[in-house]
Design a protein around this ligand. Structure first.
Ligand code: PLP
Length: 397
């Protein structure tokens, strides 16, 4: 195959041509600053407000509860740092999980260095946070619970509704990083008692560098980026109008076809998982078998070093990842795989394949065929594997 088989949609997605088309006039024709008075700027202002309404409708929020940011990382930083600051007089304790994205975890570490106390909840073998653990961790000085909607590495969907109920019952704010979940599974901020939510354009076929932050009315957090009076004085900086139009269009498309997308991706993913587990010895699926994002598959292969597998897949035109794009390049095994209880040597041999609705069954089959060859080849060069096979044979005799 000459063309690239892209299976790293958790790292980023294609900006859909319809999205680019919707954005283009806001670079070249309607380039006015939405904060300006003259009517020429009215077009840009209207486009921003239309996108805000589309997004609000999609998650069951009010338009004035949607803020535009520079991406998922900024929204996560904002939620944590601004809540910490605004509610410091109530307390300095925050609850999160040990498998959050680094935009959350590294922000928590920053807060720890500044006098806050963080509880990192353990997860079970599938990467699920237990709502009872959340409740047990709440103290009188707890000001925030932040648990992701779905994990970016192993795809596990968290019990957000239950956690939201507990947060509400105890009068603690609840934030969720929904960057991987928005557009892939249904989300409603009222049903789920979500007070703050982060999402990102480039993970849902929108442009890079644009994010969403939902802040429920009544949550008293301040600005994170200081400057002008944009976004009701809560997020300074000239509106990224094309980006906002793009994320609005991406959400509109996601809302329209979420069900068919879920169905298609689930079918491809199940086929991928079933073939790998049946045809590749000493492989395991990471994350929950059913309760996972429709597009996510994450495996460990014993006696395999993740990086070499990725390089050989790349030589065959397949884009995958060994965890999250943010940790690739470092040799540390994924904190998520360690948190679900995998030993270092197994966590090193991980492969994440995240498909899209545009992948085909043929591509999935080609990928599994190549993966089988690659793993056989790598294992044939591994002295550890050779010893292991010898031992197994002896045991059978
Ligand atoms: C990608 C990602 C982010 C960061 O979003 P950016 O828009 O790339 O800053 C945060 N959280 C999760 C779960 C992600 O997958």
């Amino acid at each position: 195959m000459d063309k690239v088989i892209y299976m790293d949609n958790a790292a980023t997605t294609q900006t859909y041509p319809e999205v680019v088309e919707a954005m283009t006039p806001y670079f070249t024709e309607y380039y006015g600053n939405p904060s300006s008075i003259y009517s020429f700027a009215g077009e840009s202002k209207k486009a921003v407000e239309d996108a805000r309404k589309t997004i609000a409708d999609f998650i069951g929020a009010k338009p004035e509860e949607i803020y535009f940011t520079g991406g998922g990382s900024e929204s996560d930083n904002w939620a944590l740092k601004a809540t910490a600051e605004a509610y410091a007089s109530k307390g300095k304790h925050i609850i999160t999980s040990s498998i959050e994205h680094h935009a959350i975890l590294h922000t928590c570490e920053y807060l720890e260095r500044n006098g806050y106390e963080i509880t990192y909840l353990d997860v079970d073998e599938y990467g699920t946070v237990n709502p009872e653990d959340v409740e047990k961790a709440i103290r009188p000085d707890t000001i925030l619970i932040s648990v992701m909607t779905a994990n970016n590495e192993i795809g596990t969907i968290e019990p957000i509704k239950e956690i939201g109920e507990i947060a509400k019952k105890h009068g603690v704010l609840f934030h969720t990083d929904a960057v991987q979940a928005l557009g892939h599974i249904p989300i409603n901020v009222d049903d789920m008692n979500i007070d703050m939510l982060s999402a990102s354009g480039h993970k849902i076929n929108g442009p890079k560098g644009i994010g969403i932050m939902y802040i429920r009315k009544g949550v008293k957090i301040g600005s994170f980026i200081h400057g002008g009076a944009q976004e009701r004085k809560r997020r300074a900086g000239t509106h990224n109008v094309p980006g906002i139009v793009g994320i609005g269009k991406a959400v509109e498309l996601a809302a329209k076809n979420m069900e068919s997308r879920m169905e298609k991706e689930t079918k491809l993913r199940n086929h991928l998982i079933e073939r790998v587990l049946a045809e590749i010895p000493y492989s395991r699926l990471n994350g929950h078998r059913e309760n996972r994002l429709p597009n996510n598959a994450n495996f460990c292969f014993r006696f395999i070093e993740g990086e070499s597998m990725l390089i050989l897949l790349d030589q065959n035109g397949v884009c995958g990842s060994s965890g999250s794009a943010c940790t690739s390049g470092s040799l540390d095994p994924s904190h998520v795989l360690l948190a679900i209880g995998l030993p270092h040597e197994i966590a090193h041999g991980s492969l994440r394949l995240t498909i899209s609705e545009k992948n085909t069954m043929e591509e999935v089959d080609y990928t599994v065929d190549k993966l089988k060859e690659i793993i056989e080849r790598l294992r044939s060069m591994s002295p550890l594997y050779e010893d292991f096979v010898k031992k197994e044979k002896k045991e059978v005799q």
